[in-house]
Design a protein around this ligand. Structure first.
Ligand SMILES: Nc1ncnc2c1ncn2[C@@H]1O[C@H](COP(=O)(O)OP(=O)(O)OP(=O)(O)O)[C@@H](O)[C@H]1O
Length: 200
């Protein structure tokens, strides 16, 4: 599998955010996307996920399932945890699994890996910020998608959970996955490619 981005430009609110962004990454690659606040890291991930239109440029995903659109090969975890507050932890994960398809780990196993299995019947609204983040990351585990687009994935996570996430990212890469992660800090894994958006 290979993700190729060529000469990408993005405009938001009528203003050019970035232009001439290009890179190529394959199975097993971790791309760390860095840049100052407002440089366009989140916008880049959202454009690749197909959530924001590009102004120009091309995005290609080769070697995937020909029956599926590129976005269907991707998990996008943004800043917002995208939880349904009135649904329980289990119901949130069941919803995501039904939506994203391609069941991978069980809901219980995913919760166990992020040490929130004891919260399974609690409404998501009652979770702490770090617990919400853990639940949001569980969706990566309950449906198998090869490309993970992660926006500041370690935010609100304690040190042990950051290490667990690094382990799970490592497993995903070792299994032929590809990860693009926007970050201001350390992901706990050495990136194969560092992509800086805007002036460093
Ligand atoms: N919906 C929108 N409408 C207008 N402008 C937007 C919109 N979303 C983002 N922007 C602008 O686009 C620019 C890039 O924002 P983006 O969130 O991609 O930056 P970032 O590099 O991820 O920043 P940070 O490090 O602070 O998270 C910012 O100037 C922001 O104000």
């Amino acid at each position: 599998m290979c993700l190729t981005v060529e000469n990408l430009a993005c405009e938001r609110g009528g203003r050019l955010v970035f232009e001439a962004v290009g890179f190529s990454a394959g199975a097993g690659d971790l791309v760390a996307v860095t840049g100052r606040n407002g440089a366009g890291k989140s916008s880049l991930l959202r454009v690749i996920a197909g959530l924001v239109p590009r102004r120009e440029g091309a995005i290609r995903l080769d070697g995937g399932d020909a029956e599926k659109r590129p976005a269907e090969h991707m998990h996008y975890c943004g800043h917002a945890d995208a939880l349904k507050p009135s649904l329980s932890v289990r119901e949130n994960l069941s919803f995501w699994r039904a939506y994203y398809g391609d069941a991978d780990r069980s809901i219980e196993d995913a919760l166990d890996l992020f040490a929130i299995e004891h919260l399974i019947d609690l409404p998501a609204a009652y979770l702490s910020a770090g617990q919400k983040r853990r639940l949001s990351l569980c969706r990566l585990l309950v449906s198998r998608r090869p490309v993970w687009l992660l926006d500041e994935p370690t935010s609100a996570l304690d040190t042990a959970t950051q290490a667990r996430l690094a382990e799970l990212m490592g497993e995903h890469l070792a299994g032929g996955g590809l990860i693009l992660a926007a970050t201001h800090g350390d992901l706990g894994l050495a990136p194969s490619l560092a992509l800086t958006i805007g002036a460093p």
